[in-house]
Every structure is written in structure tokens, then in C-alpha cells.
Design a protein around this ligand. Structure first.
Ligand code: SF4
Ligand code: FE
Length: 490
């Protein structure tokens, strides 16, 4: 098997019997839980579209390792075309799901580990590259969903991993055996963890030699003994338990995050990709986050849905022809296409690493993500402006369906005569979902903090922006010769 369909995928997640807790209780069957199902649907779509002739160009490719046709999510980028294909795929899936579809962190993580492991081996004669190649081949052959896990819980942000009062606040090695390592710790905000068969862990911040035990990267199945997943709450999540379709806003798809605890988890030697080579932590973090930043073209796809919803709200409210309404829709589009342009640009400017895998242009990737930390907020503000206050005050679907008062809801929530009230209510709830509800986790706050908070990009922009070069350019144009310059005398 190289490309798995959605049914097989869901069955394989079911078979994992993951150790998941929600609301303080262990979930018997995560794949059947109403809060989890929409997130599973989103990942399932990445399987089904790979088998759809209309989408196979964006969703599949040929493995450089085996020559087999594979799901693009399991591919190691071999060219700038591959990087561009990823960005276009991200937008398309954002349009189809209007949520975080979770599968991209694994691809970005595998690509970062692949290129860094090659360079570590070259310096230390380790065998990490062989390990990651074997892992990627397995992932490609079985069409595995890999969850990339980087963010440790971090405790006191002013202290390094080894200085923390509790050593488990960063994932680390607690014991070494002949066959592998045993690790303790916790990864936070873990996108799609219950919908993944494997988790690929990477360190999260710069490390010094004394942090050696924290400089680890490895992959294990998500059902490995010692792993506990504590499901993350999302705003309005319990609406999914009410049985209402309209009130949920996006009843088909949704994102998923969780806290993943590693309590004495065994990692076999052949699944270790970094262990103690602290100077390679920064390249690994930078390449993973560099790859993941343009992956946020997913937000452009979600924006497309939100802009469409705002346009419909204007139509249904009867204000579509007003010039300020048209201008707001233009502004939303301009912001969205600016994000997309940056994601494409850093991909077209990608370069080959010594491993043969391609890496995006890091400066442009960081500029891309810096825009993503801002523009979805403005797009959301404009969508709320166009929707009107009714998006947060309208009655429930049950009120609409009520025999006693449903006719009042229908009558008084009507916009233009030609549009059924229910359509207007559905669009309002969709806008609410994306700006304030479960969808806002992926569209707004994740835009801010996912793939690195804004300051992380500003540090990279400062480092890569090459201000000194720009000063030299200015001196040439202004005819300032630094060598001949003398201090001004009175
Ligand atoms: Fe993928 Fe976007 Fe979700 Fe990140 S936020 S996992 S890039 S869909
Ligand atoms: Fe993310």
C-alpha cells in the first residue's frame, strides 16, 4: 500500500486505541467522539483527495527513495517545484475544510530532520540519516500520518532546560539502555495528535552542552506505552455535543490540539535522529519552523472561505452594492493574497541542502509568517463588521426549528426577501465559528502562535535582513566614502 483511502485511515487510527483524556475522563473510542470526529474528517480528506483524479497533482508525487507514487504529505522536498506544490496544496485544503487539517507538521518535521541528520552524521559519524530514511520509507509505504512535535511546555521561560526546577518541563532522556533511550516530558499544543499514527519529536530551543539530554529527536507510534494525550478545549467545543448542525458553524471539519505526556517512553535506537548534538538543535528548529511558516498558506484557504462568507453576509443583508462594503471585501482579498504571495515567494527561492532535500528561503518564510500573525485578525475584524452583530446574538437552531417560536425567528431574522432565513443564520454561524468559535483556534490564535510567535520571526528577520549590506548600498548612492571620512570639525 502506498496511498491509503480515508476508510482505511480511520480504521488504522481506531486500531491504535489511543490513551486520550477529555473532561477528566478516558475516552473509550476517540474516533467516535463527537468533539473529535470533525478533526478526523479533515485528516481523512487528505487521504481521499490523494485518490481523486482531480486533485492527485497537488496531493501525490513520486518518492525519491522508492520511486513509488505517494501521498505528498510524506514526501521529502526535492525541488523548488515541490515547495511551491506544498503551498498550493495547503491553500486548496484550507478552502475545502475551513480549518486546520493537521497533517503538515509531520511533513515539515520529517524534512527538517532529514536534512539536519545528514549534516550531523557527516560531523560525528552517527547513523541518524539512515534512521530517518528508514522511517520516511515506512511512512511513505504505509501512508502514515506523522505528527511533528516541537513545543515543550517550557516552565520558567527565563531558565534553560537543564536549569528548570522540574527536569520534565522539556522532553529529555532519563535512562539509556543498550537498545534505546527512555524519555520523559510533555509536548504542548499538539496539532492532530489523536489523528496520527506516529509522533516525531524535536527539541524546541537553543541548547548548551549541559542540556545534552534534552537535545533529542525521535519518532514513536502514538500508542506507545507511557504516552497520554489530554485533549485541548476549543471555544464553543461543546456545541458539537448538542446535535445542532447550524450552531456549530462548520459541522464537517475542525482542528485538534492536545497536551502529550511522555512518561518513561521507550525509544528504540533505530528511531533516534538526534541525541546530544546540541549545536544542531538551532538548525533543526530553524528548518522546521522555516518549512512550517509557509505551510500557513492553509490560512489563505480558510480566509477564502471567510471572505466568501462575508460576501454572502453582505448579499443576505442587502448591502452588497455599498461602496464601503465592496472596499472591505477588496481589502480582505488584498491581505490574503499578500500572505499567499509570501508563501509562494519563499518556496520559489528555495535552496538545496547537502542532503539533497530542498529548504525554503528562510528570510521570506519568516516575513510570510509575520504577515500571518496579523492579517487574519484584520480579515476577521472586517468579516465581523460585514456580518453585523447578529452573528453573536442570533438564537439557536432549536429555536429556529421550534413549533412555538420558530416562525418568529424566521420572520425577524430575515434579510433580503429572496434568501431563506436559515441560509443567513448558517452564514452568520460560519463567520462566528471562524472568528470566535472552534475554527478561530486554527484561524486566529494559531496564526499568531503556531509555527512560532511573532517575536520569533522578528529575531530571524533581524538576523537575515542584512542591515549592514543595506547601509553600504546607501553609502554608495549618497557618495559616502567610509575610508576618507573625517569627523566634522567646528
Ligand atoms: Fe497544517 Fe495549517 Fe494546521 Fe499548521 S495550522 S498543521 S500548517 S493546516
Ligand atoms: Fe499549526
Amino acid at each position: 500500500m502506498s496511498i491509503r483511502n480515508a476508510k482505511d485511515y480511520i480504521q488504522s487510527i481506531r486500531n491504535l486505541n489511543l490513551n486520550v483524556y477529555m473532561f477528566g475522563e478516558k475516552i473509550k473510542s476517540p474516533v467516535d467522539h463527537p468533539i473529535i470526529i470533525p478533526s478526523l474528517n479533515a485528516v481523512a480528506l487528505t487521504h481521499d483527495l490523494a485518490l481523486d483524479p482531480m486533485y492527485e497533482d497537488l496531493m501525490t508525487t513520486k518518492s525519491h527513495l522508492t520511486g513509488e507514487k505517494i501521498n505528498f504529505y510524506n514526501h521529502i522536498f526535492q525541488s523548488t517545484d515541490d515547495l511551491v506544490q506544498k503551498v498550493k496544496r495547503q491553500r486548496m485544503l484550507g478552502q475545502k475544510t475551513a480549518c486546520c487539517f493537521q497533517r503538515c507538521v509531520g511533513q515539515d518535521g520529517m524534512n527538517a530532520v532529514y536534512s539536519v541528520a545528514f549534516e550531523v552524521d557527516k560531523k560525528y559519524k552517527t547513523n541518524y540519516f539512515e534512521n530517518i530514511v528508514k522511517f520516511v520509507k515506512y511512512v511513505q509505504k504505509e501512508d502514515i500520518v506523522v505528527d511533528g512535535a516541537m513545543t515543550d511546555v517550557k516552565g520558567d521561560r527565563g531558565l534553560s532546560p537543564s536549569q528548570q526546577a522540574d527536569p520534565d518541563l522539556y522532553l529529555h532522556v532519563v535512562e539509556r539502555t543498550e537498545n534505546g533511550i527512555i524519555v520523559n516530558g510533555c509536548k504542548a499544543h499538539q496539532t492532530g495528535i489523536c489523528n496520527s499514527q506516529e509522533v516525531l519529536c524535536m527539541p524546541t530551543i537553543a541548547m548548551k552542552p549541559e542540556d545534552k539530554d534534552y537535545a533529542i529527536s525521535f519518532a514513536v507510534p502514538t500508542n506507545t506505552p507511557g504516552i497520554t494525550i489530554i485533549y485541548g478545549r476549543q471555544s464553543c467545543d461543546t456545541r458539537k455535543l448538542e446535535g445542532s448542525e447550524i450552531d456549530v458553524g462548520n459541522s464537517m471539519f475542525g482542528g485538534q490540539e492536545g497536551l502529550v505526556v511522555f512518561d518513561h517512553v521507550f525509544v528504540p535506537n533505530e528511531r533516534i535522529f538526534l541525541d546530544g548534538e546540541t549545536e544542531f538543535v538551532i538548525p533543526l528548529v530553524e528548518r522546521f519552523s522555516g518549512h512550517h511558516r509557509p505551510s500557513y498558506a492553509c490560512k489563505c484557504g480558510v480566509s477564502d472561505v471567510l471572505i466568501g462568507a462575508a460576501g454572502l453576509a453582505a448579499d443576505y443583508n442587502g448591502v452588497a452594492r455599498a461602496s464601503h462594503v465592496r472596499d472591505k471585501l477588496i481589502e480582505m482579498t488584498h491581505l490574503n493574497e499578500t500572505m499567499f504571495a509570501c508563501a509562494l515567494a519563499c518556496s520559489y527561492e528555495g535552496v538545496e541542502t547537502p542532503s539533497g532535500a530542498y529548504l525554503i528561503d528562510l528570510l521570506l518564510a519568516n516575513v510570510c509568517k509575520q504577515n500571518v500573525t496579523r492579517f487574519p485578525y484584520e480579515i476577521s475584524r472586517l468579516a465581523e463588521d460585514l456580518a453585523g452583530g447578529i452573528m453573536v446574538t442570533q438564537p439557536s437552531e432549536k429555536d429556529l426549528r421550534s413549533k412555538e417560536i420558530g416562525h418568529y425567528v424566521k420572520k425577524y431574522l430575515k434579510g433580503v426577501e429572496s434568501v431563506p432565513t436559515e441560509h443567513r443564520m448558517r452564514i452568520m454561524r460560519l463567520i462566528e465559528n471562524l472568528t470566535l468559535g472552534t475554527g478561530a483556534v486554527g484561524y486566529r490564535t494559531e496564526s499568531l502562535h503556531g509555527a512560532g510567535s511573532p517575536q520569533a520571526q522578528r529575531i530571524m528577520i533581524a538576523r537575515l535582513g542584512n542591515l549592514e549590506h543595506k547601509k553600504r548600498l546607501a553609502k554608495v548612492i549618497a557618495k559616502i566614502d567610509a575610508d576618507e571620512a573625517e569627523p566634522d570639525k567646528e
